[in-house]
Ligand binder design. Structure first.
Ligand SMILES: Nc1ncnc2c1ncn2[C@@H]1O[C@H](COP(=O)(O)OP(=O)(O)OP(=O)(O)O)[C@@H](O)[C@H]1O
Ligand SMILES: [Mg+2]
Length: 221
């Protein structure tokens, strides 16, 4: 299969059929918008092994188990497909990503870095940090192309006082490497979320779909 399904028909359509292989997809947004749920669900619903690099403790086996069971999967089998890494700082994150070159093979269909910038954002010297970040993305891109797998790069936002708006962290460094960019937003109606296609290789930008978060994970409204 060429794309990885998100499990939501409207999200798949927005993304031109699902999450692309061989490229990096950035998913960003404020807290509790569903980034982790979406990334876990994509691993859950598609065949193949999953590398999940959890930098902020957002990955929850209990949540994944619940989502699997509610969708009629054997939770034990699903959890076995996930290989979890928990780097505690940016240096360790760099080591983990570098190690993937020796570990990942044809059996893998997805790599998630959730999030790529939580350790980055606490470091001081952004200039040398951007070089490091770029290198990490380069390794991920190399893996994506070599094994034709999908890579989801989760990112956070910060308040940019110049433009008076929320912006993705390390926007430019990530923007060069992530060809497809999805922004998630919360709405005032509880449970309902919004996904905006900010950039895509072959779909027009600005497309919007609604989704909700339930026991099953991400669902169409
Ligand atoms: N079983 C469930 N049913 C419905 N909603 C749930 C369930 N479990 C978690 N949620 C909701 O999912 C949201 C959190 O989603 P998720 O962790 O994917 O967000 P996130 O974007 O990764 O946030 P963060 O930036 O903090 O990591 C919360 O609003 C939470 O209430
Ligand atoms: Mg999260």
């Amino acid at each position: 299969m060429n794309k990885l399904t998100t499990g939501s028909k409207s999200l798949d359509e927005l993304l031109g059929g699902g999450i692309g292989r061989g490229v990096l997809t950035q998913v960003y947004g404020t807290f509790a918008t569903g980034k982790t749920t979406l990334a876990m669900q994509i691993g859950l619903l598609n065949h193949g092994k999953v590398v999940y690099i959890d930098t902020e403790g957002g990955f929850s086996p209990e949540r994944l188990k619940l989502m699997a069971e509610k969708r009629g999967f054997d939770a034990g089998e699903i959890l076995q497909r996930f290989i979890i890494f928990e780097p505690h700082d940016f240096k360790e994150q760099k080591r983990v990503i570098s190690k993937l070159k020796r570990m990942v093979n044809e059996k893998f269909s997805l790599i998630v870095v959730d999030s790529i910038t939580s350790h980055y954002r606490v470091e001081k010297n952004k200039q040398s940090l951007n070089v490091d970040l770029g290198k990490q993305l380069q390794v991920l891109l190399w893996l994506a192309r070599k094994y034709n797998l999908a890579v989801i790069v989760v990112n956070q936002v910060y308040f940019d006082s110049n433009s008076n708006s929320l912006k993705p962290i390390a926007e430019h460094t990530l923007g060069y490497k992530c060809k497809d960019i999805l922004r998630l937003e919360r709405l005032s109606r509880p449970g309902i979320r919004l996904a905006v296609l900010e950039r895509h290789r072959f779909k027009p930008e600005g497309g919007i779909v609604y989704f909700k978060i339930t026991d099953k994970g991400i669902e169409d409204v």
